[in-house]
Design a protein around this ligand. Structure first.
Ligand SMILES: [Zn+2]
Length: 130
């Protein structure tokens, strides 16, 4: 069945406001240049600064179990499937972070809920990249 206009708009909006894109735009606005999704680094980090040996990981709070209201949400449908799956996501993130650091890289995790305060987020990004 074809999608209605409002359904299509909703999808487009969702893509445009993807947390990673918001962070990328902020970085561009501050003049930073970076690479995307380096496959040779553990966990395929979202945003990579090869010269600085720094990476930025942009995580959705729900999927990556942030310690915030969205990250603590438990799915009501099929919790016996979701709860262990989400815990595995979190454990995998922790493992990847350690592996990245072991290779001599510095990582910054940006959470979806931090995007609501773009001023504070921009300051955090600039501090990390200095
Ligand atoms: Zn969060």
């Amino acid at each position: 069945m074809p999608l209605s206009l409002s359904e299509r708009m909703a999808r487009i909006k969702k893509v445009d406001t993807k947390p990673e894109l918001v962070v990328r735009k902020l970085l561009h606005a501050h003049g930073f240049r970076f690479r995307l999704h380096r496959r040779d680094l553990p966990g395929n980090p979202d945003i990579v600064f090869p010269g600085r040996k720094k990476v930025i990981l942009v995580h959705g709070c729900f999927w990556h179990r942030h310690d915030c209201p969205s990250g603590r949400k438990v799915p009501t449908a099929n919790p016996e499937y979701w709860v262990p799956k989400l815990s595995r996501n979190k454990a995998r993130d922790a493992r990847n972070l350690i592996r990245i650091q072991t290779l001599g890289w510095t990582a910054l995790t940006v959470w979806e809920c931090e995007l609501s305060d773009s001023g504070a987020l921009a300051a955090r990004l600039v501090r990390f990249l200095k």
